[in-house]
Design a protein around this ligand. Sequence first.
Ligand code: FES
Length: 174
Amino acid sequence: MSSRIPLAYNPKVLELFRNPKNLGKMEDADAEALAGSIACGDMIAFYLKIDEKTLTISAATFESYGCAANIAASSVLTELIKGKSLEEAWQISWKQISEALGGLPAVKFHCGILAVGALRRAIRTYFTGKERPDWLPEQLTPDEKHAVEEEKLIEILTKRAERIEGQEERKDTP
Ligand code: FES
């Protein structure tokens, strides 16, 4: 018998998980970011089409290798930022995403944080080599730090795996 208890996702999360909006790679994106969650090891890619003159987001898509909550959160986020300025999109928090989804289970908060972190990383990437606007903090925000780049994620996961292996070996030693 399985000891796993199904998570109490609300219907909106389940609906967007089954029929996500704006899912897929954007070939002509103006900014993109691939980011992974240090909490669970899942990855997400975020793509933005940006109007250069008005600095507004005309389209956003995502690819998620995460859970149902992450797919729903990313889907809702791509809808929330469409037509918004980069500054407005930057201000969106994972709590707003959770609200838009009718609430996420506490153990799934990090899945929303991953979506916000990936979006912020994509926005930051857009300004690489350009003048940084006042609203864009010089230092990475906690959401960006949570959503680390692929190489960094692999490094963290490898270290974790080595630590666990070391502990198991010590346990086996009489
Ligand atoms: Fe990894 Fe949700 S558990 S993104």
